[in-house]
Design a protein around this ligand. Structure first.
Ligand SMILES: C[S@@+](CC[C@H](N)C(=O)[O-])C[C@H]1O[C@@H](n2cnc3c(N)ncnc32)[C@H](O)[C@@H]1O
Length: 217
């Protein structure tokens, strides 16, 4: 752990724990001023957090949940969030797999964003990739009718796996069809890693899948 890491939170601390969520449920963790039923949106693996901060600032009526496995990134984001004055975002240090499996009720989330999750390029590490059939099935189950799952990657082989897994999920439909993915999505905010990959000239792959109405369970 870096010695220069700052632990103080300069304002409200919007981090919550897995225990908070499982004991109290999401609605109690957000400002009651947000309209009921809560419109929930999730970013998994927010990294330095630019994308989540931008979404949360543009849509104050939506309740955002930022999920990150790294303690350090959650701490740094908690500091940024406190300074931003935004009150519609909560941060959870957890694995995305656990969150979609255990911490979100069926048909409760309007959108899920997964930007440039680690590609784990070595064959023996494929199992560590986030986008796998079981994860996608759980994520799809959490989506409301009309809810969206957005995924982006710069890695060509990971893009093929993502395409295969998403297109096989019966609860989801590809909103970019007949394209499998797009190389550009006009108007989309760029993430920290994305800026880096663009500067290196890598090709990008953006997926957007919807849970159509009539599939709630
Ligand atoms: C390559 S970075 C991308 C960060 C950011 N989304 C961006 O595009 O700039 C991947 C991030 O996902 C986080 N991460 C990796 N596996 C995760 C998991 N299973 N659940 C939640 N976060 C995860 C990592 O800690 C890291 O911050």
């Amino acid at each position: 752990m870096s010695r220069s890491l700052k632990y103080d939170i300069p304002g409200p601390d919007w981090r919550c724990s897995v225990l908070d969520v499982s004991e109290r449920g999401w609605p109690t963790l957000f400002d009651p001023a947000l309209s009921a039923p809560l419109e929930l949106a999730l970013e998994i693996g927010f990294g330095r957090g630019e994308f989540l901060l931008d979404l949360a600032a543009k849509r104050p009526e939506t309740a955002f949940i930022g999920v990150e496995v790294s303690f350090k990134r959650v701490l740094k984001m908690a500091r940024k969030l406190a300074r931003s004055g935004l009150t519609n975002t909560r941060l959870l240090e957890a694995r995305g797999e656990l969150v979609v499996r255990d911490l979100l009720p069926p048909a409760s989330v309007r959108e899920i964003w997964i930007n440039f999750s680690d590609p784990w390029p070595k064959d023996r590490h494929y199992k560590r990739r986030l986008i796998q059939s079981e994860f996608v099935a759980n994520a799809a189950r959490c989506l409301t009718s009309g809810g969206m799952l957005h995924v982006a990657t710069d890695d060509v082989l990971y893009a093929s796996q993502i395409d295969e897994v998403l297109s096989r999920e019966p609860l989801l439909e590809n909103t970019f069809a007949p394209e499998r993915w797009l190389a550009e999505v006009p108007g989309r905010m760029q993430t920290g890693y994305e800026l880096q990959w663009r500067a290196e000239g890598r090709s990008l792959h953006f997926f957007a899948y919807r849970r159509p109405s009539g599939h709630e369970s």
